[in-house]
Ligand binder design. Structure first.
Ligand code: HEM
Length: 502
């Protein structure tokens, strides 16, 4: 006799789990009164929740964050309040464009999603392994993502569609360049740095605020694959990074990241040579050095992938007192999109799923009911506010700073300016080694080379505009006429689009 009894979902013992109830011993009819069979099939056909619309393939782990440097004069967040303070975390790494079963080694940014279970509620920092992004207005995101997904007719990935959009969206040239270096194919999730990418606000008890960017540096050193290595791994082991993370933690070789911030005052933000809230730009480390903050250690594998990783819900809108958003147009859109996606993907009560619960704080408010409500639903406490029955009260001491804005409401088009090419040029000239440049050009040849030729011209012109040596190298690799590339690079985006129409 087995120790544990098999039961139905209602706890009723099951006498036999190998044979349905039928009319006879051989081939025969199955009876609908086999309620165990009905329950088993019905539950099976409902096993899939919708996969994330982006970042569908991922791996997660539990761990902690520990403060190593006291920056509490900048932020009142309690989890940052003193050196040595530890906060429980759950982390999920991912690729972006592929489906749930896609290969870990594909060229793509990697998601770097962090949940801090603080005593003031859950704080989520949902970043990537690249410090910048392709676009800087949320209204462009659905179109951008469509170009990374499958062509609606052929159901195939389409390089023309990918580069058509990017070449018509010149602000993407910085991240497109990053992505086509070998940083677009990290060795695995452990050898990968992470970034908030966006600028966030930190504010202290006196409501004095600064702007910050977060950097997570892997202690193992950021390491990458070449294009050809990545292609090979995609075929040989599509789950290589998932496997690597799981095995390392299982073997108690715990991955660790040193955490830093860059800090800018509001006054400095007005003067900086780049728009500090434009997510297509970095803040130069020479201008704003990395200041140590803490360390992040991953030391426990999930027990159940679906329960903990698939159902994890990270949202950039989950801030704790002391941390807030900035006037970054892309971030502003994200503040809506994630919880909206999770209400669709997991339901209105997704915050009650154990992995998403504020396990070191208590959620108390007047929201009630809804599908799959598995909490005590507020018990017998009042379900309206204000009330005179000792219900929970707002705490005005956590009011964030007031931000003054000069408003001119309209759909303000953000023009492409010469400054949008400066950091890409610097990246080519000062950051990339000779080998990095050779790999970048080769990687672009392998990908952009498959797009329609007119689109190759349009995109290469953007590289040329950033740095003629870069554009010339790509043009030569693709067999394009450099004079034509140069000419296109001197046009406005509209003129360039017209000159390269189908
Ligand atoms: C996942 C939207 C930009 C990092 C997602 C999801 C949505 C989304 C809907 C799926 C959420 C879920 O189902 O749980 C957007 C929109 C963006 C944007 C509308 C721009 C307007 C970015 C940027 C970053 C980023 C700039 C990084 C800096 C991530 C990560 C995940 C994700 C890491 C996966 C979270 C997880 O592991 O569950 N995004 N995204 N996204 N996004 Fe974004």
């Amino acid at each position: 006799m087995a120790n544990k009894k098999l039961t139905t979902n209602k706890g009723i013992p099951v006498p036999n789990d190998q044979a349905s109830i039928t009319t006879g011993k051989g081939s025969s009819y199955t009876l609908i009164q086999d309620t165990h069979l009905m329950e088993k099939l019905a539950h099976f056909t409902r096993e899939r929740t919708p996969e994330r619309v982006v970042h569908a393939k991922g791996a997660g782990a539990h761990g902690y964050f520990e403060v190593t440097n006291d920056l509490s004069k900048y932020s009142r967040a309690k989890f940052l309040s003193e050196v040595g303070k530890k906060t429980d975390m759950f982390v999920r790494f991912s690729t972006v464009g592929g489906e749930k079963g896609s290969a870990d080694a594909k060229r793509d940014p990697r998601g770097f999603a962090l949940k801090f279970y603080t005593e003031e509620g859950n704080y989520d920092l949902v970043g990537n392994n690249i410090p910048i992004f392709f676009i800087r207005d949320a209204i462009k995101f659905p179109d951008f993502v469509h170009t990374q997904k499958r062509d609606p007719t052929t159901n195939l990935a389409d390089t023309t569609m990918f580069w058509d959009f990017l070449s018509l969206t010149p602000e993407s040239v910085h991240q497109a360049t990053f992505l086509f270096t070998d940083r677009g194919t990290p060795l695995n999730y452990r050898h990968m740095d992470g970034f908030s990418s966006h600028t966030y606000m930190w504010y202290n008890e006196k409501n004095e605020y600064v702007w910050v960017k977060y950097h997570f540096k892997t202690v193992l050193g950021n390491a990458t694959l070449t294009n050809d290595e990545a292609v090979k791994i995609c075929g040989e082991n599509p789950d290589h990074a998932t496997e690597d993370l799981f095995i390392a933690i299982e073997e108690e070789d715990y991955p660790q990241w040193d955490v830093f911030v860059q800090i800018m005052t509001p006054e400095e933000a007005l003067e900086y040579q780049f728009d500090p809230f434009d997510v297509t730009k970095v803040w130069y480390h020479g201008d704003y050095p990395l200041i140590p903050l803490g360390k992040m250690v991953l030391n426990r594998n999930p027990k159940n992938y679906f329960a903990e990783v698939e159902q994890a819900a990270f949202a950039p809108s989950n801030f704790v007192p002391g941390i807030g958003p900035s006037p970054d147009r892309l971030l502003q859109g994200r503040l809506f999109a994630y919880e909206d996606a999770q209400r669709h993907r997991l339901g209105a009560n997704h915050h009650q799923i154990p992995i998403n619960r504020p396990k070191n704080a208590k959620a108390t408010n007047y929201q009630r009911d809804g599908p799959m409500n598995v909490s005590d639903n507020g018990g017998s406490t009042p379900n309206y506010y204000p009330n005179s029955f000792n219900g929970s009260e707002p705490d005005s001491t956590v009011t964030p700073p007031t931000i003054d804005v000069d408003a001119h409401i309209n759909r303000h088009t953000r023009e492409i300016e010469d400054v949008d090419f400066v950091q890409v040029g610097e990246f080519w000239r000062r950051v990339l080694s000779k080998t990095d440049k050779e790999h970048l050009v080769y990687n672009l040849k392998q990908h952009l080379g498959n797009a329609q030729e007119r689109i190759q011209y349009r995109q290469t012109a953007l590289f040329y505009k950033a740095e003629p040596e870069y554009g010339t190298a790509v043009a030569n690799a693709l067999g394009l006429n450099t004079e034509k590339v140069k000419e296109l690079s001197s046009l406005t985006p509209e003129e360039r689009a017209n000159a390269t129409k189908q």
